[in-house]
Design a protein around this ligand. Structure first.
Ligand code: G4P
Length: 189
């Protein structure tokens, strides 16, 4: 997606040749126009999948997922990493380990929000090791719903996430795929 590559080129910062900082438009400040273009692109790619709900994980997936849901006119659910104040024990849950942050999160979705037989599209901002996305597929399957695919804004193709998901049989659609970082530059697949 050229507009996203242009934004990364203009505002992304490569940190220690392993991380891409995109706090100015995706992870901290959010560019709503870009989010809408991203939402339209994902909606186009999944237009024949009869998506009934979008599922993401807090926090950075939410802005993207809302736009996809708006364009497809379906609800958006985000998995929580922290317990809700309104205590609800009826949840689907899984543990997601973050290699980047070196921490585990107990991730939950209320059982009221996912129904057996639904067609769920999973959205996340980054795909690195794939633990977050795999955790979400696990939650969808606990609900007896179908994963129609996984939409990723920025895939780090040099890390194993996409391959793990594809080997598990899931369709993965990444808007940009990063091959490597070198001297502060981003090289695409
Ligand atoms: P995974 O997301 O594929 O499971 O891989 P990993 O465990 O390595 O990533 C953990 C967290 O680090 C995720 O955020 C992911 O989005 C983020 N991340 C991984 N690589 C990069 C990168 O190059 N740049 C940026 N900006 N983030 C990266 P999270 O824990 O879900 O946090 P949140 O930002 O969504 O709240």
């Amino acid at each position: 997606m050229q507009v996203l590559k242009d934004k990364i080129q203009a505002e992304g910062v490569v940190v220690q040749n392993s991380l891409l900082k995109v706090d100015s438009f995706l992870n901290h400040q959010i560019d709503p126009n870009l989010m809408m273009q991203i939402g339209e692109e994902f909606a186009l790619r999944f237009k024949n999948s009869n998506v009934t709900k979008v599922l993401t994980i807090e926090s950075s997936g939410i802005a993207v997922a809302i736009m996809v849901g708006l364009v497809l006119q379906v609800p958006v659910v985000f998995a929580r990493k922290k317990k809700s104040a309104v205590c609800n024990d009826d949840v689907y849950s899984t543990t997601v380990y973050s290699f980047t942050k070196k921490e585990s999160n107990y991730v939950t979705v209320s059982t009221e929000l996912l129904t057996a037989g639904e067609n769920i599209m999973i959205i996340d901002d980054f795909l690195a090791n794939g633990e977050a996305a795999l955790g979400l597929t696990n939650i969808v399957e606990q609900a007896g719903a179908n994963v129609v695919g996984i939409g990723i804004v920025i895939e780090k193709a040099f890390q194993p996430g996409a391959e793990k998901l594809k080997n598990a049989g899931y369709r993965v659609e990444s808007l940009v795929r990063i091959q490597s970082f070198s001297n502060g530059q981003v090289n695409y697949v």
